[in-house]
Design a protein around this ligand. Structure first.
Ligand code: NAP
Length: 545
């Protein structure tokens, strides 16, 4: 046993990760009387929000809805300052939560988990960190984050480039000095959309390498006023109830008129063309990423989807001056919503700046990197910095980066080689007593992630309590239940718009990753109802022993 082992006691639960899901898990399981330790690779809490320090990083779900609801103390004492919280404010919130709920004493920071092996005979999980520390626990709650394994673009010669290369999710602690410098940015997803307008203001010359123009809508961020807070006090319960009952994204529509919000539960055909236009306009003026989700059939009916898409195309074209840039920035080739809609501040307008060049790498690919910059169409674009806003190995990447082994030493990475298989996105057959928050096959990224995390933490904690109360040493998904759930998750997108895009939603952004939908698109309410029914029925689909 290594000298620095913490192996002297057997924990009830080891929690992986101290973002929104892990912190709540640590709190709830400790409140239930369990001995719990949480491991966190970073030196601070925050999860994905700790790492994504890039300028402009801001949540595109409204802050009033992007926070915990489980604790009346937290609810009563915290006040958000802006409609969409900046990264720093979210990290401050989570740091404050960790202090207020006295969580830090049970967190091991700078502890990157490298191994999690299940010992079948003892029904115990054995863990090892990068630093060689070991732990043992009966249950393993993995809250590793759906978007926490960054990926770099695979472009020849990138290793030769002598400038500084920065991934948005690994932004350096010391802010780079862009003044007088030539910067290249690869990627125009949610991260690129936020970082591009800020860096453009700070550097001498910015070259944006864009592969796919995304659907975009403005956030219309603003400070929250005393009147907003008073409104929230009055409407909090009602609004949360509405978000939970049907709303998928929990995005920028908290304060929209009821009439406009309610339209999203009706088919577009129930409205005249003029009424639909008014609804899109109202959503666009209000801001946020759910402009096109105006009607219930937005992701089902091609024509409805196309109308929403055309509305947003028109809005982007209206604010870009250069005709060539207008065309490049107009989304095409995929249906609205099948790639994550981006939300930002003055993103398309940034391409009106004289110091910004937009290169469409589909028509003008980056052939290679040299020591000095990027070669495009035989021209060398000199760069001092390259920012990769190139995304993540979503939903599965953070867990498969760890050597997770279940019964008989089987590897999670190998088991998922043809696509993830789970029961409820929570449990995997052959990996007893392991539970995932925001795992593949759960609603996760297709909902307000914090809301779904909370629901899963409560549900999994109840399940662990059930095991304890009944003296069950092992709890795992049953083969049929797992196959049924996986079929359901995949079936929900079969033959419809979701499958059409080259998106991280279907693993298309990672070479070699199987192309399957990574999360459950059925929405929070249906998922919760299903999980609740399973709990009420004594957990069918799980095998206990
Ligand atoms: P992303 O959505 O996967 O975007 C990556 C971008 O890099 C895409 O534009 C992609 O082009 C491009 N790219 C990747 N490899 C490339 C290559 N070799 N050459 C050229 N372009 C390349 O990643 P992200 O922007 O970091 O966002 C990931 C998710 O995190 C979001 O969808 C969202 O769920 C979450 N997020 C949320 C917020 C927020 O709340 N505001 C902010 C940031 C991130 P293609 O589209 O052609 O693949």
């Amino acid at each position: 046993m290594p000298e620095n082992s913490r192996d002297s006691e057997i924990l009830d639960v080891l929690v992986l990760g101290c973002g929104f899901g892990g912190l709540h898990g640590l709190y709830r399981l400790r409140e239930d009387g369990h001995r719990v330790i949480a491991l966190e690779a970073a030196p601070e809490v925050g999860g994905t929000w700790y790492w994504n320090r890039y300028p402009g990083a801001r949540c595109d779900v409204e802050s009033l809805a992007y926070c915990y609801t489980f604790s009346p103390v937290i609810d009563a004492e915290w006040r958000w300052s802006e409609r969409y919280a900046a990264r720093n404010e979210i990290v401050s919130y989570l740091k404050w939560v960790a202090d207020r709920l006295d969580l830090r004493k049970d967190i091991r920071f700078n502890s990157r988990l490298t191994k999690a092996h299940f010992d079948t005979n003892a029904a115990l999980w054995h863990f090892e960190t990068e630093g060689g520390e070991t732990y043992r626990a009966r249950h393993f709650l993995a809250a590793a984050g759906p978007l926490s394994a960054p990926i770099m673009p695979d472009i020849p010669g990138l290793d030769n480039f002598r400038g500084e290369v920065i991934h948005t999710a690994r932004w350096p602690e010391t802010y780079p000095d862009f003044a007088g410098k030539r910067v290249g940015i690869i990627g125009t997803g949610s991260s690129g959309t936020q970082v591009i307008p800020i860096v453009a203001q700070q550097c001498e010359k910015l070259t944006v390498f864009m592969r796919t123009p995304n659907f975009y809508s403005p956030a219309h961020n603003r400070p929250l006023t005393a009147a907003d807070h008073a409104w929230w006090e009055e409407n909090r319960e009602k609004t949360r109830d509405r978000l939970q009952k049907g709303q998928r994204w929990g995005g920028g529509d908290l304060m929209l008129d009821d009439e406009i919000n309610d339209a999203m539960y009706k088919k577009a055909s129930e409205f005249s063309a003029e009424q639909r236009r008014q609804i899109y306009e109202a959503r666009h003026a209000n801001g946020g990423g759910v402009v096109g989700w105006a009607f219930a059939d937005a992701m089902i009916d091609k024509e409805v989807n196309e109308e929403a898409g055309n509305f947003l195309r028109e809005k982007v074209r209206a604010v870009v001056d250069d005709p060539a840039a207008k065309d490049k920035l107009t989304p095409r080739g995929f249906a609205y919503g099948t790639k994550r809609v981006t939300v930002g501040t003055a993103f398309p307008e940034t391409f009106n700046r004289p110091n910004v060049e937009l290169i469409d790498v589909k028509s003008d690919p980056i052939q290679s990197f040299t020591e000095r910059g990027a070669m495009v169409g035989g021209r060398e674009i000199p760069l001092d910095f390259l920012i990769a806003a190139s995304g993540f190995d979503a939903l599965t990447g953070a867990l498969t980066a760890i050597d997770v082994r279940g019964d008989a030493g089987q590897s999670l990475k190998e088991i998922w080689a043809d696509g993830p298989q789970t029961y409820l996105g929570i449990s995997v057959r052959g990996f007893p007593n392991m539970y995932m928050i925001g795992g593949p096959g759960s609603p996760s990224v297709f909902t307000n992630v914090v809301m779904t995390n909370e629901m899963q933490v409560e549900w999994i904690s109840d399940l662990i309590g059930y095991c304890e109360a009944h003296g069950h040493a092992r709890c795992e998904a049953d083969a049929d239940a797992q196959a049924g759930w996986t079929e359901k998750v995949n079936g929900l997108v079969k033959g419809n718009l979701w499958e059409s895009a080259e998106s991280w939603y279907v693993g298309a952004n990672v070479p070699g990753k199987p192309r399957v939908i990574l999360a459950y698109v059925g929405g929070y309410a249906a998922y919760k109802a299903e999980c609740d029914a399973i709990c009420d029925a004594g957990y069918p689909g799980f095998r206990f022993s």
